[in-house]
Design a protein around this ligand. Structure first.
Ligand code: ZN
Length: 138
């Protein structure tokens, strides 16, 4: 794991609970607005629905559906040169938020809009576990 040379997220006090839940518990945890209950992602200081600042970290199911998909053939960053072609998907989580990620475990041409997926935790360094997705039904 120490040889991972791709871009990594910057861990901050604000987003650390998100990354810790993935690393420690293989669980997706998102902010639920204390005022209106809206579950938000990406991590933010205020609710995009009601602008209230308070939120509580809440585990979500990790289930969702592929809303959009694309396959990258071009190398835009040399760190990903060995990965092309690879897919990038927008997952509609069951709890509402949408998340850019990858579907792993199946060929790119089987990653279709509407595919049901579930969370797949990919530990890439000691500190960072990346949330990816696998098909709900293998
Ligand atoms: Zn709110």
């Amino acid at each position: 794991m120490s040889t991972y040379d791709k871009p990594l997220p910057e861990l901050t006090e604000e987003n650390r609970p998100f990354w810790d839940s993935l690393r420690e518990r293989s669980t997706l945890s998102l902010q639920r607005c204390d005022a209106c209950g809206h579950i938000r992602y990406p991590v933010g200081r205020v609710c995009p629905e009601c602008l209230a600042p308070g939120a509580t970290w809440t585990d979500v199911s990790g289930g969702g559906e592929v809303l959009s998909r694309i396959v990258f053939h071009q190398v835009y960053n040399q760190a990903f040169a060995d990965d092309v072609p690879y897919n990038v998907v927008l997952v509609q989580l069951d709890e509402g938020p949408r998340m850019f990620s990858n579907v792993v475990g199946i060929p790119n041409d089987e990653v279709q809009v509407g595919l049901r997926v579930r969370l797949h935790c990919d530990p890439v360094t000691d500190e960072v576990t990346i949330p990816r997705f696998i098909p709900e039904e293998p």
